[in-house]
Write a protein that binds this ligand. Structure first.
Ligand code: URA
Length: 261
């Protein structure tokens, strides 16, 4: 498409204006013309609604498929490849990378977060943005480190979802349900001694509860026989630093558990 010079400068000015408003990334490959959208007749809108219902149903039925696929994975590399090849989750379409895991798979501690954010989506690794840096500091305070070779000091990190949700929205129940068999298989294959459940989504999906981390933290739970400790998400601690005191208490519980077994 060739542009007249004035069209080029108009487009550039519009882009600069959007950047100034805080729109710092494109979330779709194709632009949405909101002027046309306003004129869409009601009947067409219904079709759009129906399509998204279909996606939801597809998401639910894919739960069976992910169970079968996950069960067929015999090692972590196989699981990574299976998840990377899985096309049943809409989130994959909007993501740049599949974020599988980071750290040492032999670690005694497996950390499970929510979903990749912008930085993680770019780099293909979990928890590397601002909240990831705080998580690293929290773990370091009890002698744990994702780069450690010794399983005693190491951590292995993954998320409930391997793809970034648009605009970092919370994971949907059906997305978590669809991906849960992969997560359970991930835990089975990594065989950690202890799970650290970071923020609400891993608790909701793995403990099957509506309760938030504020209610769940401070005590040990069990997932497939593995002790699991809910802890505040570092993104929350960055917003509410006063809660770091409770997170510190939880980290000490984790340390004590590792020392006792
Ligand atoms: N928040 C998460 O829960 N996981 C990440 O990987 C990054 C931010």
């Amino acid at each position: 498409m060739s542009l007249e010079p004035h069209e080029y400068y108009e487009a550039l000015a519009q882009l600069a204006w959007q950047v100034e408003l805080g729109a710092d990334e494109a979330i779709g490959a194709v632009g949405v013309d909101r002027y046309v959208e306003k004129l869409t007749p009601k009947s067409q809108k219904k079709t759009v609604q129906k399509q998204s219902d279909t996606v939801t149903v597809a998401a639910r039925t894919a739960g069976g498929e992910t169970k079968r696929l996950a069960a067929a994975c015999n090692d972590l590399e196989g699981l990574r490849e299976t998840i990377e090849a899985f096309d049943g989750c809409e989130l994959k379409r909007g993501a740049r990378t599949t974020v599988f895991a980071d750290g040492n798979p032999a670690a005694r501690v497996m950390v499970i977060g929510e979903a990749p954010g912008r930085d993680e989506d770019r780099e293909g690794k979990p928890f590397i943005g601002k909240s990831g840096q705080l998580l690293d500091k929290m773990l370091a305070s009890i002698g744990l480190n994702r780069n450690a070779e010794d399983a005693e000091q190491a951590v292995y990190i993954t998320n409930v979802l391997p793809w970034r949700p648009p605009q970092n929205r919370d994971p949907l129940d059906e997305e978590m349900a669809m991906m849960k068999p992969f997560l359970m298989r991930h835990i089975e294959l990594a065989k950690p001694d202890v799970l650290l459940l970071v923020g609400n989504p891993p608790n909701q999906t793995l403990l099957n509860t509506e309760q938030g981390v504020t209610r769940l933290r401070g005590k040990w739970h069990s997932i497939a026989g593995i002790p699991a400790l809910p802890i505040f998400h570092p993104a929350y601690l960055l917003r509410v630093p006063a809660q770091k005191r409770l997170a510190w208490a939880d980290l000490l519980m984790l340390k004590a558990k590792l020392e006792e077994s």
